[in-house]
Design a protein around this ligand. Structure first.
Ligand SMILES: Cc1cc2nc3c(=O)[nH]c(=O)nc-3n(C[C@H](O)[C@H](O)[C@H](O)COP(=O)(O)OP(=O)(O)OC[C@H]3O[C@@H](n4cnc5c(N)ncnc54)[C@H](O)[C@@H]3O)c2cc1C
Ligand code: FES
Ligand code: FES
Length: 496
């Protein structure tokens, strides 16, 4: 049984198969066809909805999500808002009225999704007013593609909607809604939520017990990788354990040495934590997919998925991160570097799961630079990602960690290139040796994102970019901006 509120009305949906997507539930079971299917793979945003969950103060906070790759069972205990839930009779919500007034729609296929991303921005703006900068607009709309209107009118609507007189949906006047939603989420004494072949344990003990009983069941966290198996490969996912509600997997524990980050912590929640110790890592998070994806996707899912082009593993490798694996037979820790064995093969045993990721605090003087190369800036997966950590001690490089994504069957470090730089001044000779070593030790593949030759060249160029940055005096730990205009000039010159 999925028990939730849809546009302010309680819904009970029973007999929903484990692999039903939220989009399918809305369109085929609930007759809510305003939410569209474009790509069914999280790329276009036509299916965007807003999911409301109570915060610590009991207030409903909304985030946008792709209904096509959200498991239907994950709206259990939530308030789901779709495009049908915004207007009040003839009176449009400001997000809709501004789209009409700014001519933000032509064929209209993308429009419901864009309106829902604007609605989420509007709600967040109301809770925490802040200037609507270009960056914020791109962040809010980066996961919504439009083929015919063009983005300027849509951007104009985003800027304009906040000045419209408030016009809340009918459900917003129900003062009991947040409390009612919170009640649906009450602790269930270890009883897993949902039912049958889709279970959502709420604590570690229940997850371990389920893993012991059903080692073959697939784990799902955000579903932003796993769900593509059903929508793109048409595979049945008929036995699922959802880790999203496991309290321990949602904890972030700060210690003197660093942070234990629960595997089910979403990327949206992780990003502010990274801003202070690792600004370059936080910056990367804004280039990770779209807000719809980051709101659902988890750090544990990004690692367990073991893609050679996953964005966080190279950064975590450069920072010497560790994992805590858990399961019915106990807990163990291992360096992330020992986790990836071969293409999509990891050290995880059948009955184990990732419980937490340890992110060490930066040692005094540590620098981190991260560069993601992809064809599009927003909502695209890396062709190559380079993550570089080092210290400068009396002018020589120490503790050099060079890690790459897209350069082998697994995300990995480049020990020979590191050795070429360790203890050396960051000069052209040392980096030329490092680039030569790199070419010999990494074996990228050719695919739609880039040929092996392109990747080899690009990875070598990233090392040269690093040298230019270091010698130009950038790359300090506090240098958050990978797009520093001064450095950009040098790099643009280098690119020609
Ligand atoms: C449109 C789109 C854009 C994307 N862009 C990017 C991008 O820019 N960069 C990038 O790196 N990725 C990207 N991805 C991939 C995906 O969003 C990430 O890999 C994400 O972090 C996966 O997390 P999740 O919680 O959704 O994982 P899920 O899909 O829920 O799970 C992924 C895998 O991990 C397993 N798993 C999940 N949690 C655990 C756990 N605790 N222990 C053990 N196994 C577990 C699952 O069984 C599954 O095999 C994109 C995906 C889409 C659809
Ligand atoms: S249908 Fe394209 S993102 Fe969902
Ligand atoms: S209005 Fe046609 S795709 Fe956007």
């Amino acid at each position: 049984m999925i028990d939730f509120y849809l546009n302010g009305r309680r819904q009970h949906c029973s007999d929903v198969t484990a692999d039903t997507s939220l989009l399918e539930l809305l369109r085929t079971r609930l007759g809510q066809t305003g939410t569209k299917e474009g790509c069914a793979s999280g790329d276009c945003g036509a299916c965007t909805v807003a999911i409301g969950e109570p915060d610590a103060d009991g207030e409903l906070v909304y985030h946008n999500a792709n209904a096509c790759i959200t498991p239907a069972h994950q709206v259990d205990g939530c308030h789901l808002v779709t495009v049908e839930g915004l207007a009040r009779g003839e009176r449009l919500h400001p997000a809709q009225a501004a789209m009409v007034d700014c001519h933000g729609s032509q064929c209209g296929f993308c429009t419901p999704g864009i309106v829902m991303s604007l609605f989420t921005l509007y709600e967040n703006q109301r809770r925490r007013p802040a200037p609507l900068t270009q960056d914020r607009l791109e962040e809010a709309l980066g996961g919504n593609l439009c083929r015919c209107t063009g983005y300027r009118p849509i951007r104009d609507a985003a800027l304009k909607m906040v000045d419209y007189p408030q016009a809340d949906p009918e459900w917003a006047e129900d003062t009991r809604l947040a409390g009612n939603v919170a009640w649906l989420r009450r602790p269930r004494n270890g009883e897993p939520a949902a039912e049958g072949h889709y279970v959502a344990p709420q604590d570690l003990a229940a997850l371990r017990a389920l893993k012991a009983k059903r080692p073959e069941a697939r784990l799902v966290a955000g579903g932003t990788d796993l769900w593509l198996e059903t929508t793109q490969q048409l595979k049945a996912l008929d036995d699922i354990i959802d880790v999203r509600q496991v309290a321990e997997l949602n904890a972030i524990e700060e210690t003197a040495e660093g942070w234990w980050i629960g595997a089910a912590v979403t990327l949206a929640r992780l990003t502010p934590l990274l801003a202070e110790p690792y600004p370059a890592f936080a910056h990367l998070m804004h280039r990770f997919a779209s807000s719809q994806i980051r709101n659902r996707a988890t750090l544990g899912g990004n690692i367990a998925n073991a893609s050679p082009i996953g964005d966080t593993p190279p950064v975590l490798l450069a920072l010497d991160a560790r994992l805590r694996l858990d399961g019915p037979r106990g807990t163990r820790e291992l360096p992330l570097a020992d986790f990836f064995l071969d293409y999509k093969r990891t050290a995880l045993a059948g009955d184990e799961f990732i419980a937490a990721i340890f992110l060490p605090r930066p040692a005094e003087g540590t620098n981190l630079k991260v560069w993601k190369l992809s064809k599009r800036r927003e909502d695209d997966i890396s062709a190559v990602l380079g993550a570089f950590a080092w210290r400068l001690e009396d002018g020589v490089m120490r503790d050099v960690h060079l890690a790459f994504g897209g350069m082998a069957a697994i995300p990995r470090r480049a020990p020979a290139a590191e050795a070429a730089l360790e203890g050396r001044t960051p000069d052209a000779d040392a980096f030329a040796e490092a680039r030569a070593a790199l070419a010999g030790e990494l074996t990228p593949m050719s695919d739609v994102r880039g040929s092996a030759d392109y990747r080899r060249l690009a990875a070598g160029n990233l090392l040269e970019r690093l040298r230019l940055m270091i010698t130009a005096g950038h790359g300090r730990a506090d240098d958050a901006d990978n797009n520093n205009p001064a450095t950009k000039v040098t790099l643009d010159a280098y690119a020609h």
